[in-house]
Design a binder for this molecule. Structure first.
Ligand code: NAG
Ligand code: NAG
Ligand code: NAG
Ligand code: NAG
Length: 336
């Protein structure tokens, strides 16, 4: 009996220790988008992640049903705020506290919140001035609640004023104080990286094989560095931009990357989507880093779990690895 009790205690300690200090995060996560009226219930979705050994996900917005389903799931979660809440979060510390009290605090013992993201792809745009103040208020609210969850924002590559060649990467001016905050807080920058849009927007100048990781040779020569894929070139332009404004220690987390499998966009085929996503997963799992940062681990979230029928018509609805009925659109190998 006593022996049994000790075993249970020891087992319990192991579990909670494992939960509080999770083993190193898997490099690959998947975005859990909700803009579909036919998506499976959250518990089925979480089981689907687990069946693929994917233990990290990103939620664009707080949703109590989903966060409740994530309790004790041992998943790492990036939680975003609604873009339309940024102004209020920026102007009212009390609203930021309320946001934390509602969406984070009730779940801290049962959900592993990895980062909080103040908005998605807000810079450049009408709301851009609210991002940093919102980050600061959220950070203060988390600290007041005794929580150490890094606060950041998710940006598109539109934040780059110069993106080519990678060694000339430079942010728009608005990023300077934001990067200083990330550097001071040791928080990462979330970046949405889409070689697809670079290719489909400028096929004259961007080769398909360079976007798909299938070019066998260096396509872009940049001083001593050579690039055979656009994904690495985008990351290195962003690392350069970070360095230029004092963010040499800011990590990049790729908060979205993917390729559409349909929707009539140029190159938007199941075959290309399968090639891109398998290649990006293999590239990340090798921990090869980029030409500028060889060997650097890059936490990366594929976009997205499901095709979402309430997104704008066209390619936007066709980024899912799965159909809403949980059958695969194409197979991605996560096993390496
Ligand atoms: C998940 O991981 C386990 C343990 O490492 C392994 O046995 C299993 O094959 C993996 N499943 C998939 C679908 O990769
Ligand atoms: C939260 O998620 C549930 C389950 O997917 C969904 O039915 C509901 O509409 C979502 N709520 C909001 C506010 O997005
Ligand atoms: C982009 O760079 C140019 C040239 O260095 C500079 O004049 C301009 O202010 C920058 N634009 C933004 C939005 O930061
Ligand atoms: C790249 O190499 C593979 C295998 O060596 C070959 O099958 C393929 O045709 C090559 N692709 C290009 C674009 O040269």
């Amino acid at each position: 009996m006593e022996h049994y009790f000790l075993c249970v205690v020891a087992f319990g300690v192991l579990i909670s220790a494992g939960f509080l200090v999770p083993p190193e995060t898997e490099a690959i996560g998947i975005n859990y988008g909700l803009l579909g009226n036919n998506l499976p219930p959250p518990d089925k979705v979480i089981s689907l992640y687990k069946s693929r050994n994917i233990t990290s996900l990103r939620l664009f917005n707080p949703n109590s049903t989903i966060i409740t389903s994530l309790q004790n799931s041992n998943m790492d979660v990036i939680l975003g705020t609604y873009n339309q809440d940024l102004q209020n979060l920026a102007k009212n510390p009390s609203f930021a506290s309320q946001w934390v009290n509602t969406n984070i605090l009730p779940y801290t013992k049962s959900v592993n919140f990895k980062y909080v993201s103040a908005g998605n792809e807000v810079i450049p745009g009408d709301l851009e001035d609210f991002v940093l103040p919102a980050m600061k208020n959220l950070d203060a609210a988390l600290q007041n609640a005794g929580l150490e969850i890094p606060v950041t924002t998710a940006v598109s590559t539109q934040v780059l004023n110069v993106s080519y060649p990678p060694s000339k990467g430079e942010f728009r001016d608005i990023m300077t104080p934001l990067v200083a905050f990330l550097e001071a807080k040791k928080s990462p920058l979330l970046v949405n990286v889409y070689p697809y849009f670079a290719y489909s927007g400028d096929p004259q100048n961007v080769q398909l094989d360079y976007a798909l990781f299938t070019a066998n040779t260096t396509v872009v020569h940049d001083g001593p560095l050579g690039y055979s894929n656009l994904f690495d070139a985008i990351l290195d332009a962003t690392y350069t931009a970070l360095e230029k404004v004092g963010g040499s220690n800011v990590d990049i987390v790729v908060s979205e990357t993917g390729w559409p499998s349909g929707g009539n966009g140029l190159g938007a085929t199941i075959e290309n989507a399968k090639i891109y996503n398998n290649n990006v997963v293999a590239h990340i799992e090798k921990n090869a880093g980029t030409p500028k940062k060889p060997g650097k681990k890059i936490e990366t979230y594929l976009f997205a779990m499901f095709n979402e029928n309430e997104k704008p018509a066209g390619t936007e609805q066709n980024f899912g690895l799965y159909h809403p009925d949980m059958t695969e659109v194409y197979h991605v190998d996560f096993s390496s």
